[in-house]
Design a protein around this ligand. Structure first.
Ligand code: OSB
Ligand code: MG
Length: 371
């Protein structure tokens, strides 16, 4: 049966995070992103969220390119083609190369609408069976090691199941060694966001002595081959983030043994359907996956929770509670983490209501497209 859709609303939001977030490429505090809403005649609304930042430092997409590509290419394709299932969005949008975050923002709203039309949770629509998910937290680069240790202490107290620490040359071995010393029983991992090259191999091999859960994306954002050379000489599992945009990339990385773990971000891979395919391939090849984060507001966070309910999400992801990022989130209830766990909501679709006052308060632009 065709998925009934009559209109798409695209709202641009601006929200300020409670704390700046620093990675090896820079600091972010003000978030701009789109909330997409797909409506049908029966009064159902499906919601999605775009995850591109204002500058193209994580990948090539930006808030502005997302807008251009959604408005001028993707929405027209959705207008011209009917959908029988949310998986069809990927096929309908296939003529447009990459721009995965723009595609994902619309595809996510279609998935939510579809689940609401069927009156089932998005998690169930995706095939997820877990009632609760384990989550970790990602901590940006801090001014000093003392600041970092204090921040970690707080999040360990809150119950997060693993701590991810951003590293870069000059903020790596000593920092991680201090963390491991103070928190010997907490699973710790590091994320380099591509800050190293194979010339740094000795520095990276030194990290092998620290018993980290994994090292995420140490080498170039577009590399697979060098990661395979590095993984061959490291005991610590490598996890790929930036390098994986598709199931095809996943196959290459696993066949070349470039990593032993994959971080799946819905936006980076072009949506939930592709994320699910990557999940299935990893399950069939014995590769654990976890759900990455892009500092999402509540709608994106809800999509991450639904995806993480799938079985091969065997490791805690970066989906922390709303209050770690926002004074006020755009969903109600907010995402709550208790003892490092989030309960997968049981209501239809994303399973959280929109907090319309908050959504309106943070909206700076709004456009409506009839389908
Ligand atoms: O590399 O996983 C990353 C945030 C922005 C861009 C890239 C990354 C991150 C994070 C934070 O690590 C994840 C989150 O808390 O949402
Ligand atoms: Mg990462």
């Amino acid at each position: 049966m065709t998925i009934a859709m009559k209109q798409i609303k695209v709202r641009k939001l601006k929200m300020r995070m409670k704390h700046p977030f620093t990675t090896s490429f820079g600091t972010l505090q003000d978030k701009e992103f789109f909330v997409t809403e797909v409506l049908d005649d029966a009064g159902n609304h499906g919601f999605g969220e775009s995850v591109a930042f204002t500058s193209p430092w994580y990948n090539e997409e930006t808030v502005q390119t997302n807008h251009h590509v959604m408005k001028d290419f993707l929405i027209p394709l959705l207008r011209e083609n009917k959908l029988d299932h949310p998986d069809d969005v990927l096929e309908v949008l296939r003529p447009i190369r990459r721009n995965n975050m723009a595609k994902s923002a619309l595809e996510g709203a279609v998935w939510d609408l579809y689940a609401k039309q069927k009156n089932i949770p998005l998690a169930e629509a995706l095939g997820g069976k877990k009632a609760e998910i384990d989550v970790g937290i990602s901590i940006g680069i801090q001014p000093t090691i003392e600041d970092l240790l204090k921040t970690i202490e707080q999040h360990v107290q809150e119950g997060y199941k693993r701590i991810k620490i951003k590293i870069k040359p000059g903020w790596d071995y000593d920092v991680l060694a201090a963390v491991k010393k103070q928190f010997p029983d907490t699973p710790i991992m590091a994320d380099a966001n591509s800050a190293y090259t194979l010339d740094d191999i000795n520095q990276l091999q030194r990290l092998d002595g620290l018993d980290l859960m994994m090292i995420e994306q140490p080498l170039a954002h577009d590399d697979i081959v060098d990661h395979s050379k590095l993984q061959a000489v490291m005991r610590t599992p490598i996890c790929l983030d930036e390098s994986i945009h598709s199931l095809e990339d996943t196959k290459k990385a696993i066949q070349l043994q470039a990593c032993r773990i994959i971080n799946i971000k819905i936006g980076r891979v072009g949506g939930l359907s592709e994320a699910k395919r990557i999940h299935d391939y990893c399950r069939d090849h014995g590769i654990p996956v976890w759900c990455g984060g892009m500092l999402e507001a509540g709608i994106g966070r809800a999509h991450n929770i639904a995806l993480t309910s799938l079985s091969q999400f065997a490791l805690p992801g970066d989906t922390a509670g709303s209050s770690r990022y926002w004074e006020k989130d755009i969903i109600t209830p907010e995402v709550i983490v208790e003892n490092g766990r989030i309960t997968v909501p049981k209501g239809p679709g994303i399973g959280y209501d929109i907090d319309w006052d908050a959504l309106n308060q943070f909206t700076v632009e709004e456009e409506t497209f009839n389908l």
